[in-house]
Design a protein around this ligand. Structure first.
Ligand SMILES: CC(C)(COP(=O)(O)OP(=O)(O)OC[C@H]1O[C@@H](n2cnc3c(N)ncnc32)[C@H](O)[C@@H]1OP(=O)(O)O)[C@@H](O)C(=O)NCCC(=O)NCCS
Length: 246
């Protein structure tokens, strides 16, 4: 992996711009998850405040980044993590107590063209190295199981235990975290909560929601719940808590 170098958004304006492009491409149609209350209130400012924690993996042969890893420092109890995973990390890092004892991982973004080469695993390792360099106890991560969208009605508590025909974790992204030495703490059942008017959901999905009910969406890990009376749609994304000791 020597052709790859871990840099940060703080290193140069060019890297900051390239990191934004990588994130946009990797999340593309999943961009609706960026509308949680915590994201809206704190996320952009947190990335600036902890710019040295926004990691960018540069392919030095290509001369351009191929992956981005976002994380923030916070204070937490590794064995007692709440159902509000991603939103909780953002809010706790922005407003919670200090001193910090952990790195909270928020996202790893790899554009489609560079997936399946182990680059995301390099970023998991980079979070780990960062925690060690900062003298913190380790890393916590509310992991977004990448194949769960194929099974939106399966409860996360059940999905966590699924295995493939070789006895490995069924979900490829959970598998990657396990392969990197992560320990599953349990489900984060309300990791990201997006509650927006029905018009928001029609804009993102190009679909119409004419009756109240539960709708699976492309890429969504749980169904969208539409309430016509209130004119609202709510998406509650379940994740899986992992912890890594430094
Ligand atoms: C989730 C995501 C980051 C995973 O990226 P990825 O590149 O596929 O993940 P990895 O780095 O773990 O690649 C692992 C696969 O590459 C293979 N691989 C190939 N070369 C490898 C190498 N040198 N080292 C390790 N794995 C390698 C592995 O075998 C593995 O496949 P397997 O699990 O079937 O065995 C990416 O799909 C993505 O950006 N998705 C959209 C955003 C998102 O959901 N992010 C995660 C939530 S925070």
């Amino acid at each position: 992996m020597s052709r790859y170098a871990v840099k940060t958004r703080a290193d140069s304006p060019e890297l900051r711009k390239a990191a934004a492009a990588i994130e946009q491409v990797a999340w593309a149609s999943l961009g609706f998850v960026n509308y949680t209350r915590a994201h809206f209130a704190y996320y952009e400012r947190l990335l600036e405040r902890f710019a040295d924690c926004q990691l960018v993996l540069v392919d030095e042969e290509l001369g351009y980044p191929v992956a981005v890893g976002n994380c923030v420092p916070l204070a937490c109890d590794f064995d007692n993590l709440p159902d509000e995973g991603w939103d909780w990390i953002v809010e706790t890092s922005a407003t919670g107590p200090e001193p910090h004892n952990a790195i909270g991982a928020l996202a790893i973004s790899v554009p489609g063209v560079h997936r399946g080469k182990g680059l995301a695993r390099v970023m998991i390792q980079a979070f780990h190295d960062l925690a060690r360099r900062k003298g913190l106890q380790g890393v916590i991560a509310p992991v977004r199981p990448s194949d769960k969208w194929r099974h939106p009605f399966t409860p996360i508590d059940e999905y966590i235990g699924w295995t493939d025909e070789r006895g490995r974790a069924y979900d490829p992204w959970l598998r990657s975290h396990l392969a990197c030495g992560g320990r599953i703490i349990g489900p984060a059942r309300r990791s990201m909560v997006v509650e927006e008017p029905i018009g928001f959901w029609e804009t993102w999905t190009g679909r119409q929601f004419e009756t109240s009910g539960e709708y699976p969406l492309d890429g969504a890990l749980a169904p969208l719940k539409v309430d016509r009376e209130r004119g609202m749609g709510s998406y509650v994304e379940p994740n899986v808590w992992f912890a890594y000791a430094a």
